[in-house]
Write a protein that binds this ligand. Structure first.
Ligand SMILES: Nc1ncnc2c1ncn2[C@@H]1O[C@H](COP(=O)(O)OP(=O)(O)OP(=O)(O)O)[C@@H](O)[C@H]1O
Ligand SMILES: [Mg+2]
Length: 236
């Protein structure tokens, strides 16, 4: 069910990659919509198109065909500046692979998205608060190379909230975290969803994280299908 109307609406979107004469339909005629404050999860085999879908939904990749409508606007008919502005204001990514800038500290990495716009006075205070919320208050001045993989991941999670986005597109955000740390990240997501109505599109194989979703989807060979959980609850 959609809450408060539709925020992101992708229609009949296809993205094909071609390498050396071979083509792969990474995303094949996918339509789906997300509402304000909605939490949606996606699972699917490696190579099924999950990362490509997130990047289409967030306007990082232009589809070959189909439309991506965010807040009623067809984003690929906007000029570059308006699209960048829309993305910066409304959308955040937590990428599948490390995306921190190696020459910036944890705190600076979190503040980086605010360089391009007016985000109010106390950006640093909020960045420190977010760092605390992912359990890394003492790592503000550490560089990515001085952090463990899971700590780097948590910095990327914290960074996703600095611009107070309306939707977070997250690619295996707890993939390399232990259960307890994963639970902290889930608490942060739930809090942002509750307090700010932040929507989440979560690519995840964690049943714990997917359990937060109001709607669970599965990708298979570029198509999006409803996910029917066949694993018995007795096993949990
Ligand atoms: N930049 C690219 N150039 C060429 N092919 C690509 C590119 N990105 C993705 N692909 C291909 O598109 C398909 C979907 O890739 P995608 O990264 O979306 O899968 P995924 O579901 O995220 O997989 P994983 O679970 O391994 O992260 C794959 O066959 C992949 O090889
Ligand atoms: Mg992927």
């Amino acid at each position: 069910m959609l809450k408060d109307g539709i925020m992101i609406d992708i229609r009949n979107v296809t993205k094909t990659y071609g390498i050396g004469g071979q083509t792969v339909k990474a995303v094949d005629k996918v339509s789906f919509a997300m509402g304000t404050g909605e939490i949606v999860s996606i699972i699917g085999h490696s190579g099924s198109g999950k990362t490509t879908l997130l990047s289409l939904v967030g306007g990082l990749t232009k589809p070959d065909s189909g439309s991506v409508v965010i807040d009623g606007k067809d984003i690929w008919s906007m000029d570059d500046d308006s699209l960048s502005e829309l993305r910066n204001r409304k959308i955040s990514f937590i990428f599948q692979f490390s995306s921190l800038v190696p020459t910036l500290t944890a705190l600076e990495n979190i503040m980086l998205p605010t360089t391009f716009g007016n985000y109010g006075k106390d950006v640093e205070g909020y960045a420190r608060e977010l760092l605390g919320l992912v359990g890394l208050a003492d790592k503000a001045d550490s560089y990515p190379s001085q952090l463990s993989g899971g700590q780097q991941r948590r910095v990327a999670v914290a960074r996703a909230f600095i611009n107070r986005p309306e939707v977070v597109l997250a690619d295996e955000p707890t993939g390399d975290l232990d259960e307890e740390t994963e639970r902290e990240v889930i608490e942060l997501f739930k809090r942002m969803n509750r307090e700010r109505k932040t929507a989440f599109l979560l690519v995840t194989h964690s049943s714990e994280l997917a359990g937060q979703a109001g709607r669970q989807l599965r990708m298979s060979s570029g198509s999006v299908l409803p996910f029917i959980n066949t694993v018995s609850h007795r096993e949990r």
